[in-house]
Design a protein around this ligand. Structure first.
Ligand code: ADP
Length: 615
């Protein structure tokens, strides 16, 4: 007998499951049946594609039984692929994906919050420890003679020893704890299988004692028909929702779904769901793709990131194709033209549905945007073919309205003669709303879109135009044409010598010092030169490890009408004061932008000198 330690993250997960997940107990049954079904899917695929397995007699079935006597057990058995000793150590002792590990390390231990999070994360096999004192797994891998028994009480380690098993497959025996006793019951099990596993494409049999307890009866308890193949008219919303939980392992609801059957030249069925809550690994490189590929109802893969473009990685569901070859490798399949055509059509269909929701159900669309605005923007950057559609789907915050707004809405609100969409980028909506850069635009009644998403810095400049309107960042030079008046132009000339003096003081801290026409209450602001990256973008690149990035100096703009600037202009003979004030004008502009100062101590000293003078 060999003892093994669980990987630390598995122990953490188990701890969480046992201590904070008891409200989701029934998930355990769903996950065990779903694993059995996956194991059958995997073996079926091999019997169709791999010569080694073609001879194997494959009788796919899932058997569920229970003992409601003293033993109190629940058993789920399949005739699927099974596991070798190494598989057991790997699959039931570690968590492979680093994204999942990261997610776990972030869990707070706050029970209610965590159980919601974990509900959408799908804890799989380990969820059986919610209802078990010990779990036993007896398994034999297809094509091998040796069988193994894995046992654990979920408290840090597990044991593996040789065992006996007729035929390949896996039997999981859950020794129920007090919490789980209710599952040793015919009606309870039947209810759960109908709820979560009805559409599993293999027969699920339930064994139970006859009423006189003398015989054992066996009933098939699921319909075993692929839901997505059934006509839409036959399916209720509840059918779709239940099936969503099966495909996604999410205990929540979907926001909406799109069920489509293509007939004619190319036959296939797709059923896509958008989860109400974004998948926990949406922004992790090793995210788990959510779409499963079937060919003629045979499961092919659930780990193909190419089935939909990366930016639609939050979509869950199924593609079931008729005209694809079953017996080619997954790699070759990826280059298949039919599959590419299905992908293209699927993207169009998903985007069309989003467009229709955006037009007809604002509340639902807002809910969608709260979760998925950022991936859509990624699409705007990466999916050139659908750019026209995506540009209408993304949303922004704005100085003109509450809530989300679109480019089209902005266009509808344009002031007469306005030919530019103004926007400002930064890392927080609240900081942007307070930005001095907005002052003059606000006074002139010009709307500015507030772009606080990291991706905006990259995506929006790459668009350049919305229809015939130019897109201009107000935190860059070149967006202030509309604000210039004869008065500001006159002041610009008057203030020329002072600007020169300030530039001399600041030296290479700034690229240039200019008179500003965009400020009213603030004395100064910084902007980026039209084609330079903004301060936020530079910080982002640094955070991403792009340390070799050259430093782009900002432009300092000062407000000729501001009291400080006027007084400085009237009397700039005090050289020490001119120096302090010049630096302070620059440093305060950095601070309001949310940028950090390289030498905060110098800033404080200057501030104190100026205050002392003023008192
Ligand atoms: P998931 O199913 O989401 O990958 P689980 O924690 O449920 O995660 O299971 C981990 C792995 O253990 C599975 O990916 C699979 O390789 C293996 N496994 C679990 N149950 C079975 C089973 N009944 N037959 C064969 N392999 C299984």
């Amino acid at each position: 007998m060999a003892k093994h330690q669980f990987q630390t993250e598995v122990s953490q997960l188990l701890h969480l499951i046992i201590h904070s997940l008891y409200s989701h107990k029934e998930v355990a049954v769903r996950e065990l049946v779903s694993n059995a079904s996956d194991a059958l899917d995997k073996l079926r695929y091999l019997t169709l594609t791999d010569d080694k397995f073609k001879q194997l007699s494959f009788d796919p079935r899932i058997d569920v039984s229970f003992d409601d006597g003293d033993a109190k057990t629940l058993t789920v058995s399949d005739t699927g692929i099974g596991m070798s000793e190494e598989d057991l150590v790997e699959n039931l002792g570690t968590i492979a994906r680093s994204g999942t590990r990261l997610f776990l390390s972030r869990l707070s231990g706050d029970e209610r919050k965590d159980s919601n999070l974990i509900g959408q994360f799908g804890v799989g096999f380990y969820s059986s420890f919610m209802i078990a004192d010990t779990v036993e797994v007896i398994t034999r891998k297809a094509g091998e003679d040796k069988a193994w028994r894995w046992t654990s009480d979920g408290k840090g380690d597990f044991e593996i020893e040789p065992a006996e098993r007729d035929g390949n497959g896996t039997t999981v025996v859950v020794h129920l704890n007090d919490e789980g006793k209710e599952f040793a019951d015919r009606w309870r099990i039947e209810e759960l299988i109908r709820k979560y596993s009805n559409h599993i494409a293999f027969p699920i049999y339930l064994r139970y004692p006859s009423s006189d307890k003398k015989d054992v009866k066996i009933d098939q308890v699921n319909s075993a028909s692929a839901l997505w193949r059934r006509p839409k008219a036959e399916l209720t919303d509840k059918d779709y929702r239940d099936f969503y939980q099966t495909v996604s392992h999410d205990s929540g609801d979907p926001l909406f779904w799109i069920h489509f059957r293509a007939e004619g030249a190319q036959e296939y069925v797709t059923l896509f769901y958008v989860p109400k809550q974004a998948p926990f690994d949406l922004y992790q490189a090793d995210y788990r793709p959510g779409v499963k590929l079937y060919i003629k109802r045979v499961f092919i893969t659930d780990d193909d990131k190419e089935l939909l473009p990366v930016y639609l990685r939050f979509v869950r569901g199924i593609i079931d194709a008729e005209d694809l070859p079953l017996n080619v490798s997954r790699e070759i399949l990826q280059q298949n033209r039919n599959l590419a055509a299905i992908r293209t059509a699927s993207v169009k269909r998903i985007l069309a549905e989003l467009t229709s929701i955006a037009d007809s159900n604002k509340a639902l669309y807002d809910e969608f945007i709260e979760q998925y605005n950022r991936p859509l923007k990624e699409g705007l950057y990466s999916d050139f073919a659908n750019r026209e559609t995506l540009i209408e789907l993304v949303r922004f915050k704005s100085t003109a309205v509450e809530g989300w707004t679109s480019f089209a809405d902005y266009k509808a609100r344009l002031k007469e003669g306005q030919k530019v969409v103004y926007y400002i980028t930064g890392d927080q909506e609240a900081t942007l709303r307070e930005s001095p850069l907005l002052e003059a635009y606000r006074e002139k009644g010009l709307e500015v879109l507030l772009m606080a998403d990291e991706t905006d810095e990259i995506v929006v400049p790459s668009l350049d135009k919305y229809g015939d309107l130019d897109l201009k960042a107000i935190n860059r030079s070149g967006a202030d044409e509309a604000l210039k008046t004869d008065d500001t132009k006159k002041k610009e000339i008057e203030i020329g010598p002072l600007l020169k003096a300030i530039k001399e003081v600041l030296g290479d801290r700034v690229k240039e010092v200019r008179a500003s026409s965009r400020l009213s209450d603030s004395p100064s602001c910084i902007i980026a030169d039209e084609h330079d990256p903004t301060i936020q973008l530079q910080q982002m690149m640094k955070a991403l490890g792009r340390k070799e990035l050259p430093e782009f100096k900002p432009i300092l703009e000062v407000n000729p009408s501001h009291e400080i600037v006027r007084k400085l202009q009237a009397d700039s003979t005090d050289e020490a004061l001119l120096e302090d004030v010049s630096h302070l004008l620059f440093e305060q502009a950095l601070l309001v932008e949310g940028a950090s100062l390289k030498r905060p101590a110098d800033f404080v000293k200057r501030l104190n000198r100026v205050m002392a003078k003023a008192l």
